[in-house]
Design a binder for this molecule. Sequence first.
Ligand SMILES: [Zn+2]
Length: 306
Amino acid sequence: MFKKERPIPPELVKLRILNYRTKLTEKEKLQLSNKEKGYAGELEFDCLIRDLDTLVINELLLEFGETFFQIDTLIIFYGRIYLIDIKYYEGEYCYEDGLFKTIAGSEKKDPMLQLNRCHSELRQLLQKYRYNYPIDAFLVFNNPQFTLYQPSPNPQIILPTQVNSFIKKLYKMPSKLSDVHHKLADLLVSLHKTENPYVRLPKYDYDTVVKGITCGSCHSFDVSVSRTKIACKDCGCEERMEAAVLRHVEELLKLFPDIKITTNLVFEWCKVVTPKKKIRKILLKHFILKGHGKYSYFVDDSKNPI
Ligand SMILES: [Zn+2]
């Protein structure tokens, strides 16, 4: 059972928007592409373990001491916790003199060091809350196009050809859970942080990002707008005007979480949607209006979410 589903990582959400609203550098484009691959690899792994009869927590960002650590997948079995880091690396890699390298010889950040650090921080965090479960940590490489040459097999490293047998083993693990296990899962989910302050994103601000309504499917700015809908001239996708405006408000909030949503702001962000009255009507339907006159703004209405 998935106690916590895997969200699209917030940095990936932002990078996707910035990709069509700013000009990303080649390095930033590579960052986006790596994030997309990593996320796809995690979703692939999720499919394999979705039917486990135990507690699975996906994508946990935790803080211990002054540091943040991220867990791709955490599985609570009876008397044991599995900490799994999923790497969707492609190509040939090797461990040489204890260093993690591409086959061409360039040294890369060793994912095993990252896993061990995470393992140690999770253990300390759980001890703080008086949980003393043994934790086993694994590095799963699940891209079939990945090979790793290592001096001797490491039981913590699961290579693409070993993924199936690893999954079979997971399904055979004792999964009889009690309230204590559920409480532990609740605790970990409650400790989850939504945003990692150390993630580096391209610099952007409201003035420099390109405004305008875009297609919800291919993100083209080349859309025709009628009274009730928008239609993409590139891919043919159509969307109701109300849904399109709300999608753009969501986009604004993802890029600028502290921005005050006003009719004028959304009008400026969407550019081609007229009249303003229509935007105001949509915002009034889905948000709560706070303040008065020119100082009024809209806040999220959880009873009637976007
Ligand atoms: Zn389109």
